[in-house]
Design a protein around this ligand. Structure first.
Ligand SMILES: Cc1cc2nc3c(=O)[nH]c(=O)nc-3n(C[C@H](O)[C@H](O)[C@H](O)COP(=O)(O)OP(=O)(O)OC[C@H]3O[C@@H](n4cnc5c(N)ncnc54)[C@H](O)[C@@H]3O)c2cc1C
Length: 441
């Protein structure tokens, strides 16, 4: 493998050069590109699909902060700028069916908004391009080898942010990573979201009105009903399903369905596993639709409008960083000298749900972005260094965006200060992030 990579680099054309290269254009990557560019770095954001947004646009996760309540303390920064831009574009709606001060985004308009957001901040996007492996001299990253329709190329960069979600580059640099449960290796399930149209939304509202509990953010009691009824009628349990639904955004006759497919066997770092999952989840979604039409009120004439672009991944690798964020840090409102942002005390993941009804928040330490044993490379997003039990918090998009914005700004500052990313001047980084509109303390 090493021999093949060395050979490949020798034969590689240099496609582009920059100060900061951000690999992966999800919430973390968007944050990183903005953080770097606002701090004065010549920045490229590279994305394998033809648009930015990560799970927001790839999986139509429309309400990134549906959990937000009146008192919730939010981190500000890029996430707030994006919300303002989406409001200005008239591309938001209230979150459906539950109390929330968060907004649902039109995820198609989000793609256009993200293009403009990059352009307005001087970031160069590169789409349809896969970041394959870091281009290294010893343990120092000098850029990234890419694959695209232009062939195998190198992009040279003074600093690189790995915002692939899966820590693809950090893992391939040889730095240590972990995956899933430390004992069983188990990962949170993946979901193929899908849209239904021809749905009688008024009837669903009526059904929900019959049981006020169903509108509580902790419970989706009525959303289990069609599946329960199917099993009571003798149908076998759905295999790749959480046996519940979670409606997110609605048009007058349309609904976006989450969770009704839930594949516990998927590994998002294994291409064969991803392929098998796409195939079985498409089948499962059709079975869900059949059961909804038969047993669910309001779905009698529902039709499949589309599957989202790709199965959504909730959890894969985590880096082993200079610090490991713990669940205690989250729930006991951790405070750190090297804080680079804040996030509400909120968690949502298999069996854990903590809605931020109060203003409690924790600080995010810089060291969770810094991988061990490799230079010029930082992590951002759901792959940062944390306990597995912290994933229900660290996978949240606004958290990912905070880590991205800090990683991008840290890269830019470390170039200016001519120091390694791990040695960046923390008070100066904090000052820069505050200047960029992030709440840091
Ligand atoms: C079905 C579902 C529902 C969810 N609901 C919510 C919710 O309501 N609220 C919330 O906050 N979170 C939610 N999450 C979690 C959240 O979406 C993710 O944890 C979050 O998007 C992670 O952000 P990220 O930037 O780290 O990674 P991602 O969003 O996965 O973005 C990574 C980006 O990098 C690109 N990429 C990956 N590898 C490469 C490569 N090698 N080269 C080039 N590009 C690459 C990908 O195409 C993608 O665009 C949900 C997740 C799923 C799956």
């Amino acid at each position: 493998m090493t021999k093949q990579i060395t050979e490949a680099i020798r034969q590689t054309d240099v496609l582009m050069e920059c100060d900061v290269l951000v690999v992966g254009g999800g919430p973390a990557g968007i944050g990183a590109a903005i953080g770097a560019a606002k701090a004065g770095a010549k920045t490229i954001i590279l994305e394998r699909y033809g648009f930015l947004g990560g799970n927001i646009t790839v999986c139509s996760v429309e309400p990134p902060s549906w959990y937000r309540q009146e008192k919730t303390t939010m981190p500000g920064g890029a996430a707030k700028e994006i919300e303002d831009r989406m409001i200005a574009l008239n591309a938001v709606k209230p979150v459906a069916f539950r109390p929330s001060t968060g907004l649902s985004y039109d995820t198609e308009i989000y793609k256009v908004m993200a293009d403009d957001y990059m352009a307005d901040n001087g970031v160069t996007p590169l789409y349809h391009c896969m970041g394959v492996t870091p281009y290294m001299e010893g343990n120092v990253v000098r850029g990234v080898i890419t694959e695209s329709k232009s062939g195998r190329c190198a992009i040279l960069a003074k600093r690189v942010v790995d915002s692939t979600g899966d820590a693809d580059l950090i893992a391939r640099s040889g730095a240590p990573t972990l995956k899933g449960d430390p004992v069983t290796g188990r990962l949170q399930g993946g979901t193929l979201k899908f849209f239904l149209n021809n749905v009688d939304i008024d009837k669903i509202e009526e059904v929900m009105d019959r049981d006020p509990e169903s509108r509580h953010p902790y419970t989706h009691k009525l959303l289990y009903e069609p599946f329960k009824a199917a099993e009571e009628a003798g149908e076998p349990p759905l295999r790749y399903s959480a046996n519940t639904m979670f409606y997110t955004c609605i048009e007058p006759d349309e609904i976006n369905i989450n969770l009704a497919t839930y594949d516990k066997e998927i590994d998002g770092t294994d291409v064969l596993s991803l392929t098998r999952s796409e195939i079985r989840l498409r089948k499962e979604a059709l079975e869900v639709l059949r059961r909804l039409r038969l047993y669910g009120e309001g779905f009698e004439n529902a039709k499949l409008r589309n599957f989202v672009t790709s199965v959504g991944i909730r959890e894969t690798r985590r880096i082993v960083g200079g610090y490991t964020l713990t669940t205690k840090d989250i729930y006991e409102r951790g405070r750190f000298e090297d804080t680079i942002g804040i996030f509400p005390v909120y968690a949502d993941g298999e069996g854990v749900k903590e809605i931020p009804f109060t203003d409690a928040y924790f600080q995010v330490p810089y060291r969770i972005l810094v991988p061990q044993g490799v230079e010029n490379l930082l992590a951002a997003g759901r792959c940062i260094s944390g306990e597995r039990s912290a994933v229900p918090t660290t996978r949240q998009m606004d958290f990912c965006m905070v880590t991205g914005q800090a990683a991008g700004a840290a890269c830019a500052l470390s170039i200016r200060q001519d120091v390694a990313v791990r040695d960046v001047d923390i008070p100066k980084l904090q000052k820069e992030l505050v200047r960029q509109g992030l709440r840091v303390f």
